[in-house]
Ligand binder design. Structure first.
Ligand code: GAP
Length: 515
């Protein structure tokens, strides 16, 4: 097993053991690619959602929130293009009977070319040291130029095959590249076919009168159909945004990567409505703003990169992903899409209602253009959780497992621990919990030796452990232990609230975005 696979397995088992994520309906052997969040996972997920909401809605005067229903009138999905075009190209391996996404097989092949190019760059960097000019090397080194050109050529051919419906050529490309089933090595492929990802359901009591509906495959359409409701009731002026978080459903063909690709998942989306012609300016603005938001979490700049799309979704005129270095390599975390006026125009056409904005400065009506930011909440969870999980060797040679979550997102901010279960220490510890819980999620723990309790809180990602000892009874001080440095300071009980707040507040962390 590769080191990467080991790390990923460890992430999955840690998530289960410590009450973050369980397979759905596990007592019935689970449901493929569906997961439940446990007591700590629910807190972490809620905190990520809130961190996004504050950054997007509370901190932007011209962005407001929405909470639209999952079920929508079925014509919505005809207008949005999802009925006709929300397909994935699938291919089966005849020997292994395993099903794959044809585009993912080709993209993974290209990623290998990318890694080869990166190896050349890293080698040269080591050889030339400080004098190394990476941009020049990438532009002039024969091998790197060739790898990049080959990659571009392959992706362009795939995009043109998928866009024009020439699926025979997509299969031919897979065969020409010699792509084999990643699990078995077999190259015995079926034709490539399109598969619609939407889940159907029915509305109505009797079978004859039932109306066919879809579970929404993206939250965005709830925003589009409410565009004028929000604009008029909120007296919003273009440019403005509508943000929403909520469940989306996709019948994914291949769903083998834990919560990375689920059939039921949550999105955090924002549609930014702008004047036609100004969309590229805002597209660039949102690319940068969203990357900075990710960077504010301190997981390391080297773990993010942009990937500009060659193959555009049916609604976009420009699109980029923010990719993250997951335990299985760089993959999409967030999409930023310039969606033009495609959606609003289509809803105008299908509903017969005008979805236009009167711009008082230009004195004209128009259908606004839209720049969208769309991030998966579960993918954010996986990115944060997997990068935070660490095995550390300490000075004395022992090891500890620490979940070094950004403290603003940690499920529990502090654990209060009486050193022993007697002499009145538990009473004081309970009092501290009662006082702190008005502001923070805190917990009380008196079981096991204090060292073991510290380790347990480290594994849960709790930033602070507060220990009540005999000195506390004399001078109202406690020790406060910091998860990452393991440093312990003696402080007054009255200072605890401020110390914790300085470290975990949204303000502290979001201000990093501005820098
Ligand atoms: N409204 C645009 C849209 O839905 P998308 O690129 O299909 O665009 C946006 O999805 C984000 O939703 C992705 O970047 C990813 O984080 C998340 N996402 C998409 N499919 C997912 C799945 N099956 N499981 C978990 N997250 C998913």
């Amino acid at each position: 097993m590769s080191k990467q696979e080991d790390i990923f397995k460890n992430v999955i088992s840690h998530a289960k053991e410590y009450g973050f994520i369980f397979p759905s309906s596990e007592i019935y052997d689970g449901l493929s690619a569906v997961y439940d969040y446990g007591q700590n996972g629910a807190e972490l997920k809620k905190n990520i959602r809130e961190y996004w909401w504050k950054a997007m809605v509370q901190m932007h005067e011209n962005i407001v929130g929405l909470d639209a229903a999952i079920l929508m009138h079925p014509t919505t999905w005809k207008a949005s293009g999802h009925v006709d075009a929300f397909n994935d190209p699938l291919i089966d391996n005849k020997d292994s009977k395993k099903r794959y996404r044809a585009d993912v097989l080709i993209e993974d092949y290209c990623e290998k070319l990318n890694q080869k190019a990166q190896k050349e760059i890293d080698k040269a960097k080591e050889r030339f040291g400080d004098a190394f000019d990476e941009a020049q090397f990438v532009a002039t080194n024969g091998r790197v130029v060739e790898y990049k050109a080959r990659q571009k050529e392959i992706l362009q051919r795939m995009a043109s095959g998928l866009d024009s419906g020439n699926l025979e050529d997509v299969k031919a490309l897979i065969e020409e590249l010699g792509i084999a089933d990643p699990e078995t090595g077999s190259k015995n492929w079926t034709e490539v076919r399109q598969f619609n990802l939407m889940f159907g359901t029915k509305l109505g009591a009797s079978a004859e009168n039932a109306m066919d509906l879809y579970l929404r495959p993206e939250t965005a359409q709830g925003i589009f159909v409410n565009f004028l409701n929000v604009q008029k009731s909120g007296r919003m002026k273009v440019p403005f945004g509508i943000a929403q978080t909520g469940k989306a459903f996709r019948n994914e063909i291949v769903a083998r990567q834990f919560i990375f690709r689920m059939r039921e998942f949550e999105q955090m989306e924002m549609q930014f409505f702008v004047r036609p012609g100004e969309e590229m300016k805002y597209y660039e603005y949102w690319k940068e703003t969203r990357l900075n938001w990710h960077l504010s979490l301190g997981l390391g700049k080297e773990n993010y990169r942009f990937h500009d799309h060659e193959k555009l979704a049916h609604y976009a005129n420009a699109a980029a992903d923010i990719e993250f270095n997951f335990p299985f390599g760089f993959k999409e975390l967030e999409g930023i899409h310039s969606r033009t006026d495609f959606d609003l125009k289509a809803h105008e056409q299908f509903s017969g209602r005008k979805l236009q904005y009167f711009d008082p400065e230009l004195n004209e009506n128009y259908v606004p253009y839209v720049v969208e930011t769309s991030v998966g909440l579960d993918r954010m969870f996986l990115a944060i959780f997997s990068k935070s999980l660490k095995e550390e060797t300490l000075e004395d040679g022992s090891t500890r497992t620490v979940l070094a979550l950004p403290s603003v997102l940690a499920p529990t901010k502090a654990a209060v621990l009486p050193l022993v279960k007697k002499d009145g220490l538990p009473d004081v510890a309970h009092k501290i919990v009662e006082e702190l819980r008005w502001d923070f999620n805190v917990t009380y723990d008196e079981k096991d030796a204090v060292g073991r309790r510290y380790r347990r809180q480290d594994a849960l990602g709790t930033p602070f452990c507060i220990t009540v000892d005999h000195q506390t009874l004399e001078d109202d001080t406690v020790t406060i232990r910091h998860r990452d440095s393991m440093q312990q300071d003696r402080v007054a009980i009255s200072e605890l609230r401020n110390i914790i707040n300085d470290e975990v507040s949204m303000r502290t962390w979001l201000l990093k975005t501005a820098k």
